[in-house]
Write a protein that binds this ligand. Structure first.
Ligand code: FES
Ligand SMILES: [Fe+2]
Length: 431
């Protein structure tokens, strides 16, 4: 930090085919403060999916962007996002993770709010003067809320661009996922909640590149081979792509099955016939090329800054938020076609648990790698820079890092105000 200005933290030098990130970006408390203000509070942030609050009164309470939030469907059927802080003196009016409620009564002094957020009951209201206006003391909402195909986002920036403009090229990716069923998509009950002793941006990086898959997830590849999958194609065909505004995707073919979309030998011949029929319907709806893209290709989509949708074997919606520079909390849900049969749902959940879940064959490996990097960053004075220039000299492949560079360019612009980063590499430690 120099005179209140952050030095440039990214070297983006196309002439030298060089892209580097300064490691203080993962360790500095000052940078985390700037991230809260300039990144998270100026973005569209994922809250949840409308299927999680299917009936009037259904609610989910969770931390979103560092704030206690209630996602609720009110008695009139409208989905609302309320800030879970009593307008009296601050207590959380909802202390359950999920449920159904017509009202919330604050446990501290018993103010009562209906499920629209209106304040409807104040014990001994006669103790207040004329400036006390019940109608102004309802639960607050974030300034902006949007619903894109059932996905609910909030923003604390009242002037943020509309969501479709914000996600830019990622809209097509969201549609490729949400189009998987005529009946719509839904969240399968249950949340994975875990944490990692690593900076939050490492989960963006880790979720977007396949370079690490062969060495880090060897046990999963061995498992796939053992159960009859063809894992000879390595690396698989694919590419990473900048989608605008920091949004990015890694799209690739996989060696594994995708429930209802791509057959896996473990599932048997009857499942193959069901997949053929479903693929025929997809082709009818979207044409051969688009249907193939939905069914055969995996996609890891980043909605900047902290929503990752992994449409791989199952679909995982994953969001994360930094508590400190070296510690993040992660929440993940499984998404599925609403009209899926119990047999397909069981296969999907098996995938969710065996690969992407916190106790699966992938996530513990990824966590260990990220936490190891974070320990390595303790030597930030001696080893200042991380390299992210892989693939800069060729057309992007899934094992390259173009999609990571896309994230870092937007991040650098927001944090340092620098559009094209300096080329010298002579940047000192910032904090
Ligand atoms: S803090 Fe909620 S009623 Fe007092
Ligand atoms: Fe991984």
């Amino acid at each position: 930090m120099e005179n209140g200005r952050i030095r440039n933290l990214v070297v983006d030098d196309p002439k030298r085919c060089l892209f580097q990130v300064h490691r203080s970006a993962y360790t500095s408390p000052e940078i985390l403060e700037l991230e809260r203000e300039r990144v998270f509070d100026r973005s569209w942030i994922y809250v949840g999916h409308e299927s999680e609050v299917r009936n009037p009164g259904d609610f989910q309470s969770r931390d979103v962007c560092g704030r206690p939030i209630i996602l609720i469907r009110d008695s009139d059927g409208e989905v609302r996002v309320l800030i879970n802080s009593c307008t009296h003196r601050g207590a959380q009016v909802c202390r359950e993770a999920e449920g159904n409620a017509k009202t919330f009564q604050c446990f501290y002094h018993a103010w009562t709010f209906n499920n629209h957020g209106d304040l409807i009951g104040v014990p001994d209201a006669g103790g207040y003067g004329p400036a006390f206006k019940k109608e102004e003391l309802g639960l607050k909402s974030p300034p902006r809320i949007t619903n894109y195909r059932g996905l609910i986002f909030l923003s604390f920036d009242p002037d943020i661009v509309d969501f479709v403009t914000y996600v830019a090229g990622a809209k097509e990716q969201l549609d490729l996922i949400m189009d998987q069923s005529e009946a719509g998509m839904e969240i399968v009950g249950g949340t994975h909640l875990y944490s990692s002793r690593a900076n939050w941006k490492m989960l963006v990086e880790n979720s977007l590149e396949s370079y690490h898959v062969a060495p880090l997830h060897k046990s999963y590849i061995d498992y796939l081979r053992a159960v009859g999958n063809d894992v000879s194609r390595a690396p698989v065909r694919g590419f990473g792509k900048e989608l605008g505004n920091g949004n990015a995707v890694e799209e690739y073919e996989g060696n594994w099955g995708r429930p209802r979309l791509r057959w896996d030998p473990r599932w048997g011949e009857a499942a193959k016939r069901e997949i053929d029929e479903y693929r025929r319907r997809l082709t009818e709806r979207f044409g051969a090329e688009h249907a193939l893209r939905i069914a055969e290709w995996n996609r890891n989509v980043l909605i900047y800054p902290n929503l990752m949708i992994n449409d791989i074997m199952g679909i995982t919606i994953r969001t994360f938020y930094p508590i400190t520079p070296d510690y993040m909390e992660v929440r993940a849900w499984s998404m599925a076609p609403a009209d899926e049969s119990p047999a397909w749902r069981a296969r999907r959940l098996d995938n969710f648990l065996t690969f992407l879940g916190p106790g699966g064959l992938s996530t513990p490996d990824d966590n260990e790698a990220m936490e190891s990097c974070q320990r390595g960053f303790r030597a930030v004075r001696e080893v200042e820079w991380s390299d992210m220039s892989r693939g800069i000299v060729r057309e992007s492949q899934a094992v390259d890092e173009e999609q990571l560079r896309s994230f870092w360019r937007k991040w650098n612009l927001q944090i340092t105000g620098s559009r094209r980063a300096r080329s010298s590499g002579r940047v000192r430690r910032v904090a």
